[in-house]
Design a protein around this ligand. Structure first.
Ligand SMILES: [Zn+2]
Length: 80
């Protein structure tokens, strides 16, 4: 599960961010995760849940896609 690692980025405002792909430096863990960050300096504080440091694999400019709001689906289902 990657949830705890991803919590690092989940509290941040996702608008206008870079998407950093990170991998745990521990080969036994090798957890990969994508973190949206406003600044690569934020990654200085990123660490895997196992306690090892995360290694930056790639950075992409990320324009977050607004997910289809589940509420809309629910309203349609109720109306049916
Ligand atoms: Zn790890």
């Amino acid at each position: 599960m990657q949830d705890r690692c991803q919590d690092i980025g989940s509290a941040r405002d996702p608008a206008g961010v870079l998407l950093a792909t990170l991998i745990c430096s521990d080969e036994d863990c090798a957890r990969e995760l994508d973190l949206p960050v406003e600044d690569l300096g934020d990654l200085d504080h990123a660490a895997c849940d196992c306690g090892c440091t995360l290694v930056l694999l790639a950075v992409a400019e990320e324009t977050p896609v607004t997910p289809v709001t589940p509420v809309t689906v629910r309203v349609l289902a109720l109306a049916a």
